[in-house]
Design a protein around this ligand. Structure first.
Ligand code: ADP
Ligand code: MG
Length: 476
């Protein structure tokens, strides 16, 4: 029998706010333990929560960007459970009346575009963190994260392969980043994923029993853990046994899953509306206002760039990786007029340089205008393409213009025949053996001579003029 995989994701995303969801403590990652706490997020008796308006705006924006229905009334509920990092004994979240429902995110791959339905987007507060390696033989608790605003994004079980799950998350992350609602930093836990996985016989309608895989902190962890879980469930079903509904913990180091607890039901949490928080009522104008401010999102931008500039999918995929990179590209095209060379310069030298110095393209200190000038100097032959890339690196380091660097370093391409001739003569003199071989028929040595002369000119010789000159000199 062959099995079809069914995957649904629950994604927790930390909203980019300065303050927590129900108090004014800071949200700085990596601050000294328990330095960003107050009676509200410590759950001290009598302390009352006050909802952070900025967090609500970000949550609405995220929901709108995922094409959700944003509800004018939603309700904060208490989800009760006991854990050392949960001082109140409950988490404030939204349950039966979430902020938003019925969204969709389109995910493209080479083969197809899939519409993944978003079941709901709701707001909730984060819990604190238990730290197991700080106190010998003990566990420490850091409550800085307690009360930090999150949204939880829940998909329908519309994903069918681990690779699709990964692609969905990549598109989701990019979409959230474009909207600026979160930094989506996975290493810092700003985006955390639980994957629900089940199998059903190929062609079957009904879903099988699912398990939930927790603790996934990277795209590859999501993909790898689901592969492992699918393999485990396949073995169980093939043996004629039944999958047990449970929660599994992914161990990143050895690539294994272990059972964490048998699956709880929602009634175990005794959800009820938080009596300290009135229902969240949103004016329709507020929702419409935020909708009007939505930026162009990756899916639309991808299509538009492909149509407007007739670039292929792979080029566009690189260029839309971040909103600022796509902006950079469009600003550059507006100056140089042509998309393909602009795309090539960005994809190649510019991103390489950004990678080298570990900065984003917009922080390189090479605005589109400056790159356009450099491209012009390569086009008109002032410097070679290779030299152009060297100049680009120096622009990033020094903040100087291409022209300044070319002039002060004497990098312009040499076409002057006297200078070229001098280099050619020197190379011929130093390589008499190769000259002889060339003249007795080994003409592919021309490349060697070009290389030698280039080196002598420190890369400045115009390669076209140079090889003509060399041939002329060697053939006669
Ligand atoms: P629970 O009540 O266990 O939290 P839900 O029905 O609320 O389950 O769904 C939680 C997540 O699990 C959603 O992302 C949903 O798409 C996914 N899911 C539900 N049923 C299945 C299934 N049979 N296989 C895979 N994923 C599923
Ligand atoms: Mg769940």
């Amino acid at each position: 029998m062959s099995w079809e995989t069914v995957i649904g994701l629950e994604v927790h995303v930390q909203l980019r706010t300065a303050e927590k969801l129900f108090c004014s403590d800071g949200t700085v990652f990596g601050a000294a333990p328990n330095s960003q706490v107050c009676p509200v997020c410590l759950g001290l008796p009598g302390a009352l929560p006050v909802l952070n308006r900025e967090a609500v705006d970000l949550a609405i924006t995220a929901a709108l960007g995922l094409d959700c229905q944003v509800h004018e009334v939603s309700v904060f509920a208490r989800k009760s459970y006991f854990y050392p990092d949960l001082p109140k004994g409950y988490q404030i979240t939204q349950f039966s009346e979430p902020l938003a429902t019925e969204g969709v995110l389109e995910v493209r791959s080479a083969a197809e575009t899939r519409r993944i339905r978003i079941r709901r987007v709701h707001m909730e507060e984060d819990a604190g963190k238990s730290i197991h390696d700080r106190v010998p033989d003990g566990t420490a608790v850091d409550l800085n994260r307690a009360g930090v605003p999150l949204i939880e994004i829940v998909t329908e079980p519309d994903l069918r392969t681990p690779a699709q799950a990964r692609a969905f998350l990549q598109e989701l992350k990019r979409t959230l980043e474009y909207m600026g609602v979160s930094d989506c930093n996975m290493e810092e836990g700003s985006l955390r994923v639980d994957a629900n996985v089940s199998l059903r016989p190929e062609g079957a309608e009904a879903y099988g029993v699912k398990t939930e895989v927790k603790n996934l902190n990277s795209f590859s962890a999501v993909e790898r853990s689901v592969v492992v879980e699918v393999r485990r469930q396949t073995a169980i079903l093939e043996a004629g046994e039944e999958v047990v509904q449970e929660t599994l913990l992914w161990d990143e180091r050895d690539g294994t899953l272990r059972s964490m607890r048998s699956k709880e039901e929602s009634h175990d949490y005794r959800y009820f509306p938080d009596p300290d928080l009135p229902p969240l009522r949103l004016q329709p104008e507020r929702i419409r206002g935020l909708e009007a401010e939505l930026p162009e999102l990756p899916a639309r931008r991808r299509t538009r760039l492909m149509e407007e500039h007739r670039l292929d999918g792979r080029d566009v995929e690189v260029l839309i990786a971040s909103r600022s990179l796509a902006d950079y590209f469009e600003a550059l095209v507006a100056i140089v007029g042509e998309a393909k060379p602009a795309a090539n310069w960005i994809k190649g030298p510019l991103l390489k340089e950004a990678n080298r110095v570990q900065r984003s393209v917009e922080d390189l200190g090479i605005p589109p205008r400056a790159l356009a000038d450099l491209m012009g100097l390569v086009d008109d032959g002032t410097v070679s393409g290779t030299m152009g890339r060297t100049v680009l690196g120096q622009m990033a380091d020094s903040g100087k213009t291409a022209r300044q660097i070319i002039e002060t370093e004497g990098l312009s391409q040499v076409q002057d025949s006297d200078e070229l001739n001098a280099w050619v003569e020197a190379v011929i003199e130093e390589n008499s053996e190769e000259v002889e071989r060339y003249r007795s028929g080994e003409t592919r040595l021309i490349g060697y001579f070009v290389g030698q002369t280039m080196q002598k000119s420190r890369g400045r010789a115009d390669p076209k003029a140079l090889s003509a000159l060399l041939r002329n000199r060697l053939d006669n």
